[in-house]
Design a protein around this ligand. Structure first.
Ligand code: KIV
Length: 289
């Protein structure tokens, strides 16, 4: 599936904003961390649709079109079945709905691991079809060659280390990583490899708190934590988790709203009004003149 849009780097692609403003850039995100310190943590949320992008965009530095949309939007059992077509369609929608945040697209499982060349083809397609600024891919030292290959060819890469959900079938679950010394040492080595390869930022997911800090110290680029402690240079959450759309609340999520109850109450009220013929009322009805 291909998408068409008009590139306008200073305003929203779809709806010009009343007050045009410049979109943040990848170098501006990377520059948040200077000499190993970040004064103000980076704010990242996931977005999968145009309307959610419009609402979240003014508050964020980065909007991530995460492959978590597999579970959140499509009800899939994991991120493994997510395809490039799905990521391109949602990525283009989020770019159209935003004008301030940097938009990053997750590369889906199977689209980049085979070789640097395969990764380049897939990432170039994503950037062409969505208008996003960069991509995110999972993996540590084993992906360093690919990250360097992409960066050298004009594709900004955000890394993703620690708990890497696309590897759920080899990890056997989504438990926190880094509890043994050997596993912690491997994750710090991954962090150095991804940073040295030229990633402009890196998601650190599901690691014990001291490891979140060690990895942040080890990387020149900003770390963006999810379940990785406040020591990270930024934080990310899945927006639907933060908004309270799901019953299950993972330990690392803080709920800032109870949207599930809000939606359910509104739907119940609508249903009652329809059944009682209260809706539509005069205000929602066209008159002859
Ligand atoms: O897919 C996703 O939403 C992610 C974030 C949780 C970091 O990778």
């Amino acid at each position: 599936m291909s998408t068409t849009f008009t590139i306008d780097t200073s305003t929203s692609r779809a709806t010009p904003t009343p007050q045009p403003m410049r979109r943040l850039t990848i170098p501006a995100i990377a520059a948040h961390k200077a000499n190993g310190t970040t004064a103000t943590p980076l704010v990242m949320l996931t977005a999968y649709t145009v309307r959610m992008a419009q609402l979240l965009d003014p508050h964020c530095d980065i909007l991530l079109v995460g492959d978590s949309l597999g579970q959140v939007i499509y009800g899939l059992p994991s991120t493994v079945p997510v395809t490039l077509e799905i990521m391109c369609a949602h990525g283009a929608a989020v770019v159209r709905g935003s004008y301030h945040s940097v938009v990053i697209i997750d590369m889906p499982f199977g689209s980049y691991e085979e070789s640097p060349e395969q990764a380049f083809r897939s990432c170039a397609r994503v950037l062409k079809e969505t208008g996003a600024a960069g991509v995110k891919l999972e993996g540590g030292a084993e992906m360093a060659e690919t990250i360097a290959f992409l960066v050298a060819r004009g594709i900004p890469v955000m890394g993703h280390i620690g708990l890497t959900p696309q590897s759920v079938n080899t990890l056997g679950g989504y438990g926190a990583r880094g509890r043994s010394d050997a596993e912690a040492a491997k994750i710090v080595a991954d962090a150095k490899a991804v940073s040295d390869a030229g990633a402009f930022a890196c998601v650190v997911e599901g690691v014990v708190a001291p490891l979140g800090e060690a990895v942040t110290k080890a990387m020149a680029c900003p770390t963006i934590g999810i379940g990785a402690s406040s020591a990270c240079d930024g934080q990310v959450l899945v927006a639907e988790d933060m908004l309270g759309l799901f019953e299950r609340v993972p330990r690392f999520v803080k709920r800032y709203a109870d949207m599930a109850a809000f939606v359910s109450e509104a739907a119940a009220q609508y249903a009652a009004d329809v059944r009682a013929r209260v809706f539509p009322g005069d205000e929602q009805t066209y008159s002859v003149k």
